[in-house]
Write a protein that binds this ligand. Structure first.
Ligand code: ATR
Length: 275
């Protein structure tokens, strides 16, 4: 039986076992996907278990994505500039291949929920400069023709982020939202603001062009205060749940050999756990 895992610390809130469990059953596959609590100190030893053949691969979540990036044997060149990996695949020779599927998940969610969103896309605004922002920025650089404005409370962190990307990506403090958003067709929140209903101070959506799309990678609650406000102002919004569902697709395919589909039925199943 093929075995896969998700490791994190803590791990009990992860929805990934539900997603992969649903697909295993739906496609009638013999396999398992189990959540495993792993502390940062225990990560190297756990990766040796993967090398040893106990698992076909698995997912990595908070706080292990950056450390895992350092520890894998083979880095996916397409996502290495994110410097954080969330998906591992064991090669036949025992080597661990690491990749970041958040980039794919972010783009696939918008492609499914807002088809055509990136056609003729010029300036975009990304709020936040943490690990999640890096995946979003990496995805966006391939789709925009203008600038990717990375705005962060701690501007030094935004500057450190943009150093790993081309000159299409620029950094600014959050206070410059009004100026940066004036020409933006897409606003993405990657900060933890919005979790548990917290809100941004000083982000005035009235300055955003009416044709803009607003999306949030926070999915608890599904409609964050930013998305609620954007929708009230008549802007198009896409929630973050689809990113979680789509980022799971490449891993499942690599371990279990079937490319799974993100269906409305799966979405409803996971949505029910967000209440
Ligand atoms: P992740 O890896 O999930 O992106 P992270 O690396 O902890 O998580 O990043 C959290 C992001 O949320 C950062 O951009 C952080 O801003 P700072 O770099 O200034 O800390 C942002 N963030 C968290 N709380 C915030 C708040 N109250 N106001 C503004 N930004 C906040």
């Amino acid at each position: 039986m093929i075995k896969a895992f998700v490791i994190g610390h803590p791990i009990k809130h992860s929805r990934s076992p539900l997603i992969h469990g649903y697909w295993l059953k739906h496609y009638g596959l013999q396999g398992s996907y189990e959540p495993i609590e792993v502390t940062p100190e225990a990560l190297p030893a756990f990766l040796d278990r993967l090398r040893g053949g106990e698992f076909a691969g698995g997912n990595v979540t908070v706080p292990h994505k950056e450390q895992t990036f350092q520890l894998v044997d083979e880095k996916d060149p397409k996502t290495a500039h994110i410097k954080a990996f969330n998906t591992l695949v064991r090669r036949e020779d025992g080597h661990i291949f690491g990749t970041n599927t958040d980039l794919y998940g972010f783009l696939a969610n918008l492609d499914q929920e807002a088809p055509g969103w990136s056609g003729g896309l010029e300036d975009v605004v990304v709020l936040g400069a943490g690990g999640a922002a890096r995946a979003v920025v990496a995805g966006l650089t391939g789709r925009v023709s203008g600038k990717v404005h990375v705005l962060n409370r701690t501007v030094e962190r935004a500057q450190a982020l943009i150093a790993d990307f081309g000159d299409k990506v620029v950094a600014a403090p959050l206070e410059q939202f009004g100026a940066a958003a004036q020409r933006a067709r897409l606003i993405v929140n990657t900060t933890t603001i919005g979790m548990h209903g917290t809100r941004f101070e000083g982000i005035d959506l009235a300055r955003v062009p009416r044709a803009a799309l607003v999306t949030d990678i926070v999915y608890v609650p599904l409609l964050t205060p930013l998305l609620t406000e954007a929708a009230e102002q008549g802007l198009r919004v896409v929630d973050g749940l689809g990113m979680l569902l789509h980022q799971a697709v490449p891993g499942f395919e690599a371990w279990f050999g079937t490319r799974p589909e993100v269906t409305p039925e799966l979405r409803v199943l996971i949505e029910a756990t967000l209440k």
